[in-house]
Design a protein. Sequence first.
Length: 112
Amino acid sequence: MQDKPVPSPTTLLWQGPQTVEEARRLVTSQEGPVALELHLPGNLHHTLYTRLHSQAAAEGVEEVSVEGDGRLLRRIEDLPGVEGLGVLREWVEEAGLKVRIVSPSPAIILYS
C-alpha cells in the first residue's frame, strides 16, 4: 500500500484575523493530507527568533525552525502584528494539526 503524496502547501499572506477564517476554510475543504503556509510580516523575524530561542545569539545567523503541535502557537500569539493567532491556535489544536514556525522569512506551516 502506497502513502498518499503530501500536497504542495497552499500559501496565504497574514492579513490579521480574516486570515484565520480563510485558513480554516482551506483546511476543512481539503481531503487527505493538509499543508498550509501562512506568511507573516517580515518585521517579525527577530522577535520570533528571540521568543522561540531561549539563548538568542548576539551575532551570527538567526534562523528559526521549530516544530510542535498547536501549543507552539501559544509562544507567539501575543506578538504585535499577528492578532487573531489565538483563534488559529484553538482550531489547530482541535484539528490535531502539526505546526512548524520558520524564519528569516517568517511563516507558520500547518500540516497533518
